[in-house]
Design a protein. Structure first.
Length: 107
């Protein structure tokens, strides 16, 4: 376990647990059951190695091409930092990062 926190109305209604293998679980404290388990958050090293490099495109093609689609939430995530509860919005956010220094805020 790398992180544990409580959130929701006082007394805390839920708990979250971050593991050392970069997974997130959310628990109901009143019911004593796991509500969600996210085990596909981190980018796996074999996914990086399996993807072949795209050939370089001429500059004229790049200028005319539409912008690439936005990356999915799990693109580039190497580790989990922690969670933050927004009481006003009633939302739990996950902070994650990349080894290169980029941070991600997943809501």
């Amino acid at each position: 376990m790398s992180g544990l926190g409580f959130f929701g109305s006082a007394p805390a209604a839920h708990a979250y647990a971050l593991s050392s293998v970069e997974t997130l679980s959310v628990w109901s404290l009143q019911q004593g059951v796991r509500l969600q388990h996210f085990d596909q958050i981190r980018r796996e090293p074999e996914e990086e190695e399996a993807a072949p490099a795209a050939p370089a495109a001429p500059a004229a093609l790049l200028a005319a091409a539409p912008p690439p689609p936005a990356p999915s939430a799990a693109d580039g995530i190497d580790f989990l930092v922690g969670c933050q509860w927004d009481a006003a919005a009633q939302k739990l956010s996950l902070v994650a990062g990349e080894h290169g220094g980029t941070a991600h805020l997943l809501r």
